[in-house]
Design a protein around this ligand. Sequence first.
Ligand code: ZN
Length: 226
Amino acid sequence: MNDIFTIRLGFMKSFLIKAETGYVLIDAGYPNKEQKLWNFLKKKKIAPEEIKLVIVTHGHFDHFGSLAKIIEKTNAKIIVHENDQEMLRTGKSGEIKLHTKWGKILEKLMGKRMRKISVTPIMPDIAINDNYSLEEHGINGKILHTPGHTNGSISVVLNSKIAFIGDLTHGFPLRSKTDFPFVAENLEDVFQSWEKLLDDGVELFYQSHGKEFRKELLLKRLQKRK
Ligand SMILES: [Zn+2]
């Protein structure tokens, strides 16, 4: 099984996975959080250049805010889904649709501000449009297109039945209450993407905001839908 490290880069979690040759980083955090990554790597005695690949689960600013700075030092390749690549290229997160009572609160507090946030733009190296094998990057696993939160949301699925799903679920503000994301372009797509991952045999889910959880939670939530 691959070693998995969790690194907080702002109010979210990035994940670092040990591959056969180097490391793969999943998501690149809020803007100006790169120092947190360097500190973590130093502690683990990992050189920045050992990160060979950064997979961006989707084009929201809290997932690629520090990406340009991280690439400057690591020279890693960037993978994103083609539906979200424009967000990286322009540094803008696009339209943000909010759901649930948490979404409504967020909308009042910072909806306008959130839509205006822009971060350093960056060109992705690989824009995928379907399943993508990670074998050539030294990882026994693949990327699946799991739209819903954004149209280009992707999940990294390891063959050990673990998935990194970005914001396909939200575990905060109440961490014990993991549910569908209160930001979502299409909620029906979210549920379909959950089913896709369950059908693929995923048993353990790592989300960007909140604690990891087991498949039973999603199965239960799917039965209730909205
Ligand atoms: Zn997001």
